[in-house]
Ligand binder design. Structure first.
Ligand code: SIN
Ligand code: MN
Length: 255
């Protein structure tokens, strides 16, 4: 799935691009089947909201589930990532966030992704991209991602460490920084039906609130990184920050 020049320009200007209807019908059913198997499995790579609490993130789903391994190499996800990053990419991170209903998930405070990857993993530059695949419908009710358009263009902003779930901590942005960013760019709510693909820049300011609705909001986040953009002092485990720089190929490119 090739992005047009206009879509790439829009991504560069706004820091995100929403593509509804990328997965539908049988392809979407297959992804949702994989989602259900991950939920049912006893996995070592899950993070929990609290001890005994709901899952906050199912990490490295592509290790356990061939459907998600295929998703990493799919034209709908890999092609836009390679186009935007301009070269070969590897998979840096795969997670599926369930956004537990009835307030079971605490949400995600305002942050940028790249500062955490720089601090914890030594990612040299922001030459990465998040490709989110909505596995449930995302509405105003079940904790959609809030994005601040254009905020990625200001680079790394002032943040502070926050003791959240270990391994998933973000450097939370200060209120002043968030207010300034929103004053400049406004806020959008990334809603869309299951099967939507949302690509966003790791420096875009984003957050989400808890989900008090009865509806889950499973979203898979695939983070691709340019193969030249090495992690110079990785401190986190492979299921969170992969140092396997093997370039990814579409199935059709493999002889
Ligand atoms: C994230 O920012 O990494 C996840 C936010 C969300 O799933 O709402
Ligand atoms: Mn994030």
């Amino acid at each position: 799935m090739e992005l047009t020049h206009e879509q790439i320009a829009q991504y560069q200007r706004d820091g995100y691009l929403s593509l509804p209807g990328v997965f539908a019908g049988a392809a979407l059913d297959t992804l949702r089947g994989a989602m259900r198997r991950i939920i049912a499995a006893d996995r070592d790579w899950n993070f929990y909201e609290s001890e005994g609490g709901p899952v906050r993130a199912y990490n490295a789903c592509h290790w356990d589930e061939p459907v998600f391994a295929d998703l990493v190499r799919a034209p709908e996800t890999l092609t836009p990532a390679r186009q935007i990053l301009g070269g070969d990419v590897h998979l840096f991170q795969f997670k599926m966030n369930p956004k537990a209903p009835f307030g079971g998930s605490t949400g995600w405070a305002w942050h940028q992704d790249y500062p955490r990857w720089k601090t914890s993993d030594g990612m040299t530059e922001n030459r990465a991209i998040n490709v989110a695949v909505f596995l449930d419908d995302v509405t105003e009710f079940n904790g959609p991602l809030f994005l601040v358009p254009g905020s990625h263009r200001d680079g790394v902003l002032d943040g502070e460490e926050h003791a959240n779930t270990p391994g998933l901590v973000a450097l939370e942005l200060t209120d002043t920084v968030v207010a300034r960013a929103i004053d400049a760019g406004g806020i959008v709510s990334a809603k869309g039906p299951a099967g939507t693909v949302l690509v966003f820049d790791p420096n875009i300011v984003h957050a989400s609130t808890s989900n008090i609705s009865p509806f889950t909001r499973h979203t898979a986040y695939l983070t691709y990184n340019h193969v030249e953009n090495r992690l110079v002092n990785p401190t986190r485990e492979q299921h969170i920050a992969s140092t396997d720089y093997t370039p990814l190929w579409l199935e059709t490119e493999v002889a």
